[in-house]
Design a protein around this ligand. Sequence first.
Ligand SMILES: [Zn+2]
Length: 373
Amino acid sequence: MDQCPRCGEKDQRYFIVNQRRSLCRKCLTYQGDEGQAVFAEDLVEPVLSYDLTEPQLKCSREIEQASRNGDVLVYAICGAGKTELVIETISSVIDRKLTVGIAVARRQVVLQLFERLKIIFPELVVRAVCEGHTSEINGHLIICTTHQLYRYHQFFDVLILDEPDAFPFSEDKTLQGFAKMACKGSVVYLTATPSLKMRNSVKEGHMHEVKLFVRPHGYPLSVPKVRTGLHYVQLIILQRWLAKRKKQVLIFVPSIYLGNQLMNLLKLDFVYAGYERLDERIRAFKLGEIKFLICTTVLERGVTFSGIDVCVMHADHRVFTHASLIQIAGRVGRSFSDPEGEVLFLCSQNSRNIEACLRDIQQANASCVSNQS
Ligand SMILES: [Zn+2]
């Protein structure tokens, strides 16, 4: 074979022949049933319990139109309401008896989206497909992890890829191959932090771009305050800053080692990917039972908290990429009742990523102001 039909691999070294069947070692471990298209009989009537804002409506229409003709990059700042922007597109694809799916990097986000979308589309079979949920894989609207896309070969007329810049999708060629092979029509990329490659693809005319730089409540993004100092200086600044906080705070650290250290020093809770009580602690924080929570980048995206401040320790550490700093800063000011919040970056020196993050946030805020005037 020239190319693996499942993951798109072209390197012959990965191909083996077993019992006269060609196999690809790149994606061999991904095994399971394949999906079949299901179409709705009636026209779809989405139910939203709130109205979209004028800018959201405009973007929503533009995405629906553009996705009929090719790939679309939806560049929407954190908290702009990305899911709302694609409801119209999803309805239109299903009404036209075509197939649509949403793929996201992380399992937790699949389950959250599933809960929201089955309320918005009460008449449709909405299907969440991810680890632990793979016995039913057919539906009118599929929401899956990018790991599960191999089940949908040349399947989607419109594939909505949420946060393609998120780990592990961003770094895994096999997952990217699955996405490519699963989509026979157009891809709609949703992101607050498009990669340079994507931005270039827009510039070169390969993709239509739809921008949304204003949150539904209309308040600008919080611009992070940056304070520099060595580790112990950062600790002192952090403690003084925490003492003044009235809101809940997420404190981001670059490593589990540092998180444990801080946890013991400040007597606070600490969560990270793989921590067995992760979900429980997140719930407790959401309920306001925990005031200050230390975390790794596991909480940089996907989970929304209302009315919090955030701090990043060692923001110049390589773990905190340009995209993750923007995501972390975007955790604050998410709700109508509390549209503003404080973001503090502590670092031993200003880094290129920190500067790029500040620049992007300021540009997004500036373009909102110029749009309104
Ligand atoms: Zn393969």
